[in-house]
Design a protein around this ligand. Structure first.
Ligand SMILES: Cc1cc2nc3c(=O)[nH]c(=O)nc-3n(C[C@H](O)[C@H](O)[C@H](O)COP(=O)(O)OP(=O)(O)OC[C@H]3O[C@@H](n4cnc5c(N)ncnc54)[C@H](O)[C@@H]3O)c2cc1C
Length: 384
């Protein structure tokens, strides 16, 4: 199928099956989102880069780009949890056939939601200092400890975690990649309230949680290698999807500025032109990330460049929007004077975290310095 035919077929499907506006109550909204993911999967329109064997589309580079553009254009709900972009590529690379068969299709169809349990109260940028332990007991591991900032922890069915199986001093040499059933006895999820008033994050506590050895991905004590794959994909995940999304968001912002008579101001036009240039750069960089993954199987350090570009862009775009909207831009729903339901202020609050999640801005800058520019390695971080 050529590019034009593929785009037309997908656009047609998205128009005829569009799920409409999301319901407000969180539980109904979750069901609505899951139903949409199932519709996409059942029609063969899920997992643009995934192998067909596990329900994906195995698309060419050009079709993956079109796929993300059309989904952003149609304003349909995205995936749930963080499994698709982060855990799935790791399982595809290091998982056994049995694990792939058990986990991948239900994840893609939205039947199961996955969340990432890496960070701990004392281990964020310096992940090798993590202290959650997994002790071997026959065919099980017994897990004890705590994770924090677990996005989608409240709704998760599976947690893809890093746990310590070696001594504390072993650092990155004693870490194992374990998939933990979020509903297992001994798992306690406590939602955390964030700046927007939502509960995206959770703390997760493990108290003698029994995890079958068959749910370990890769070899015991060699999870660091998997974590590095995961982290690269986390930074790459959604690079194209976000470039397409911000194309649309910027178009909305220009329309809003026009509607409010702001385009007569040359300073406003200058800032919008700057955003336009950056949104195009994000698109080209996302193309580089996808072509790296297709060529080498790994996103490499370009994923950090991409992450840096996107996180700075989304923060500055929302800061600008709130600035130009004046006092009305500071109102949120249900205030009747809130501009577009407070969308721009919500975005401003939400994107404060963009330069922390998936590795802080400083850590991304270090990666670019070392792996792209060839500068000396940060002595505070584990050797590569
Ligand atoms: C929106 C969001 C979603 C997240 N989702 C998840 C999730 O789903 N699962 C999960 O496991 N975690 C998640 N996190 C946690 C995130 O990965 C950590 O917050 C992040 O890695 C930083 O760790 P920290 O908070 O412990 O800060 P620290 O590592 O303590 O860093 C504190 C400050 O020191 C700086 N710093 C640290 N080390 C260095 C260094 N070597 N060089 C220069 N500066 C340095 C940092 O840049 C930062 O400014 C999420 C965080 C956010 C904000």
């Amino acid at each position: 199928m050529n590019d034009g035919e593929f785009r037309a077929r997908l656009r047609d499907f998205l128009t005829s099956h569009h799920p409409g506006r999301p319901p407000k109550p969180p539980e109904e909204r979750l069901r609505w989102n899951k139903a949409w993911l199932a519709t996409l999967f059942d029609a063969g329109f899920a997992g643009p880069s995934w192998p067909r064997e596990f329900g994906g589309m195995e698309l060419s580079f050009a079709h993956q780009v079109i796929y993300q553009e059309e989904l952003a254009r149609a304003r349909v709900p995205g995936p749930l949890g963080t499994g698709l972009g982060i855990a799935a590529p790791t399982i595809l690379t290091y998982g056994t056939q049995d694990q792939k068969e058990r986990w991948l299709a239900p994840m893609l169809r939205g039947d199961t939601i996955w969340a990432q349990g890496y960070s701990e109260p004392g281990a964020g940028s310096d992940l090798p200092s993590l202290r959650t332990t997994a002790r071997r007991d026959g065919d099980y591991y017994v897990v004890d400890g705590q994770k924090v900032w677990t996005s989608h922890g409240k709704t998760a069915d599976h947690l893809f975690t890093l746990v310590r199986t070696g001594s504390r001093e072993s650092r990155q040499r004693g870490i194992t990649y374990l998939i933990i059933d979020a509903h297992a006895p001994g798992v306690e999820v406590r939602p955390l309230r964030d700046l927007t008033g939502g509960h995206l994050f959770a703390e997760v506590f493990f108290d003698d949680v029994r995890v079958p050895v068959t749910d370990r991905v890769g070899t015991e004590n060699e999870g660091w290698k998997l974590a590095r794959t995961s982290l690269g994909h986390e930074r790459a995940a959604g690079a194209m999807n976000q470039a397409a999304l911000y194309r649309r968001v910027l178009t909305d912002l220009v329309a809003l500025a026009r509607e409010r008579g702001l385009l007569a101001d040359p300073l406003v036009r200058d800032r919008l032109a700057g955003f336009e240039i950056r949104v195009r750069l994000m698109h080209y960089n996302a193309e580089r990330v996808i072509s790296d993954i297709l060529a080498k199987g790994e996103p490499g350090a370009t994923s950090s460049v991409s992450r840096l570009l996107i996180s700075a862009f989304e923060q500055e775009l929302h800061e600008f929007a709130v600035d130009v909207l004046g006092p009305a831009g500071l109102l949120l729903k249900p205030d009747p004077d809130a501009v577009q339901g407070g969308r721009w202020l919500q975005g401003f609050l939400r994107t404060r975290a963009s330069t922390i999640g998936a590795g802080t801005r400083e850590i991304q800058l270090n990666t670019v310095a070392e792996q792209v520019l060839g500068l000396p390695h940060d002595p505070a971080m584990p050797p590569r």
